[in-house]
Design a protein around this ligand. Structure first.
Ligand code: ADP
Length: 177
């Protein structure tokens, strides 16, 4: 599923983010940046030990912010590590922090001349964010970024399972234009 937004594309696929050939892939990391499970574990396994070596020098990352490393052995050139909010029921600023993850990741992409970016569904695994709430936030944030910035040509959401893919597809259909 692909949607044109100004001069860019927003695409949804079901798949594995470690296999993407975009310039950068985004990692759903934790504040230590020193590795974890889920997509974080998969990225460090696929990329090799070099990514962790670089992460050690970054001094962690705040929730809602993002930092960049190279991508080791993967096809992508960079990994942008962002830290999503843990879901505490929705009243702990989770929506703003989740939107910030997507915005900060794209800002860092632009700073590094990255033109194509793949995102996983941040916070909807171990961090417990309901995917039906997270998907519209993710897509609206990326959509408005692409309307205002022409340097990114493609944002691809790589959704691991059918249920997550369907939630993002429904949310994308609900976005105007
Ligand atoms: P968080 O801690 O931010 O919730 P998780 O890694 O636990 O992050 O989960 C985020 C999402 O990433 C979940 O939908 C999970 O199914 C998905 N995921 C796990 N492995 C991969 C992968 N290799 N590629 C893409 N998505 C993945």
């Amino acid at each position: 599923m692909k949607k044109k937004i100004a001069d860019s594309f927003l695409e949804l696929v079901q798949g594995d983010i470690t296999q993407q050939d975009t310039d950068a892939i985004v990692n759903a990391a934790n504040t230590s940046l020193l590795g974890g499970g889920g997509v974080d574990g998969a990225i460090h396994r696929a990329g090799g030990p070099q990514i962790l070596e670089e992460c050690r020098n970054l001094g962690g990352c705040k929730t809602g912010d993002a930092k960049i490393t190279t991508a080791g052995n993967m096809k992508a050139q960079f990994v942008i590590h962002t830290v999503g909010p843990v879901y505490h029921g929705g009243t702990a600023n989770e929506a703003a922090l989740l939107a910030s993850c997507y915005r900060r990741s794209l800002e860092i992409a632009v700073e590094n001349h990255v033109k194509t970016v793949a995102f996983p569904s941040i916070s909807t695994g171990v961090y417990g964010y309901p995917v039906n709430e997270a998907a519209p936030i993710a897509l609206r944030t990326v959509h408005s970024f692409l309307l205002e910035n022409s340097l990114i040509t493609l944002v691809r959401f790589v959704l691991f399972d059918q249920r997550t893919f369907q939630a993002y597809a429904d949310a994308l259909n609900a976005i105007d234009g």
